[in-house]
Design a protein around this ligand. Structure first.
Ligand code: UD1
Ligand code: UDP
Length: 370
């Protein structure tokens, strides 16, 4: 019997983290699968950090990243360059992840080549085309083009059904991010001493990089940080700053040199997971962090007005606070002062997965294409 040829495509940090456990799972069954990896390198440094942690050597590297790149260029380059990769690798299935422009364009490229596509983390929605931008439309588009839909939760399954995706092609698998997190936390001896955190202070971890937060919103977030450290001498804030120049510039302008604020380079995934575990509160606009933090029992304040990940909001461990300076300060202060509120939000829950999502996806592909 011939092997199933699987081409896994990803380009950014979060896709790499969430696809790595799947690539590793295919490797375990090399008798059944010919597993190939194509990275677009929409991210370069932040992608390479993950490739080296999970020891993944891509078969194809499109190396597309340019400083301050735009959506048109990413889309066009991935769409065109993937044609050649698909012709060379002759996959039976192409796998893409989530909602990045890499995923959308790679799915379209495979569709044009009439190769079936599987969408990992399918069915997330805010139902607002500009929030998050361009991710909401990227994932709608990917879901339309794909044949196999690997949905993480009941809500994402329902969203796919509402989008008229045939039920027999929707599989609830859990989110592979939990596979990655459990693997990393379990095998993790990360040393955080280089950050210079004071063990006697409470740590607030901050990440922010969304396009719709560029400009005033990101400045408002920084202003909230300034107020919080001024008003609370027992806290410190650590912010691994995303390499996007639209993030780097305002953040460094407003927060460089501020006492008890640590602006650091994007962290490798292993130390970052340790830092999440050791933090008191997490403030973020990241999708992945919203999924990981609840399973570590950390309260998350989301710096966005809407989320495609409503499950942890419903449980009460994640709260949408938006990007208004006063509102952020009020919500963080409340968590710092109110023990009951903190306790309620720091209950450990796992609505996004049980660590077995990759295993399920591999089994489904073996059954469907074997
Ligand atoms: C991208 C995704 C977003 C995802 C985020 C995860 C799109 C349109 N956006 O946004 O959905 O949430 O990744 O982080 O797909 N840069 C570097 N080195 C890196 C990475 C980025 O220098 O390793 C800089 C470059 O100047 C690059 C810029 O950041 O041009 C923007 O990267 P890009 O992938 O276009 O956007 P992100 O904001 O990272
Ligand atoms: N992450 C990391 N180092 C950092 C910040 C985040 O490894 O310095 C991880 C985080 O744990 C999560 C993923 O990167 O798994 C989220 O990526 P990002 O926030 O860039 O993108 P999003 O999830 O919003 O698309």
């Amino acid at each position: 019997m011939s092997k199933i040829r699987v081409l896994t495509v990803f380009g950014t940090r979060p896709e790499a983290i969430k696809m790595a456990p799947l690539v590793k799972e295919f490797e375990k069954f090399s008798d059944k699968f010919e597993s190939m990896v194509c990275v677009t390198a929409q991210h370069r440094q932040m992608l390479d950090q993950v490739l080296s942690l999970f020891e993944i050597k891509p078969d194809f590297d499109l190396n597309i990243m340019k400083p301050n790149q735009d959506l048109w260029t990413i889309t066009a380059e991935v769409l065109v360059l993937m044609k050649d990769v698909i012709e060379k690798s002759k996959p039976d299935i192409v796998l893409v992840h989530g909602d990045t422009t890499t995923s959308m364009a790679a799915a379209l490229s495979a569709f044009y080549a009439k190769v079936p596509v599987g969408h990992v983390e399918a069915g997330l929605r805010t139902f607002d085309k500009y929030y998050p931008f361009p991710e909401e439309i990227n994932r709608v588009f990917a879901d339309a083009v794909c044949t196999y839909h690997f949905a993480p939760t009941d809500t994402s399954v329902e969203n796919l059904v509402k989008s008229a995706i045939p039920k027999e092609h929707i599989y609830k698998t859990g989110n592979t991010v939990i596979d990655a997190l459990l693997h990393t936390v379990t095998n993790n001896k990360a040393d955080l001493s280089y950050i210079g955190l004071n063990p006697n202070l409470k740590t607030i971890l901050l990440t922010s990089h969304r396009r719709e937060n560029f400009g005033e919103p990101i400045k408002n977030i920084c202003k909230a940080v300034l107020e919080l450290v001024e008003n609370n001498k027992d806290i410190q804030v650590v912010y691994p700053v995303h390499l996007n120049p639209n993030v780097q510039k305002p953040v460094h302008e407003l927060l460089d040199g501020v006492e008890r604020v640590h602006l650091i380079e994007p962290m490798e995934y292993a130390p970052f997971s340790t830092l999440m575990k050791e933090s008191h509160i997490i403030m973020t606009d990241s999708g992945g962090v919203q999924e990981e933090a609840p399973s570590l029992g950390k309260p998350v304040l989301v710096l966005r007005s809407t989320t495609e990940r409503p499950e942890a909001v419903e449980y009460g461990t994640v709260k949408l606070v938006g990007t208004d300076t006063k509102k952020i300060v009020k919500e963080v202060q409340n968590l710092l002062d109110n023990k009951d509120e903190y306790k309620k939000m720091s209950e450990s829950i796992n609505p996004y997965g049980d660590g077995l999502a990759s295993q399920r996806i591999v089994e489904i592909i073996a059954k469907e294409l074997g």
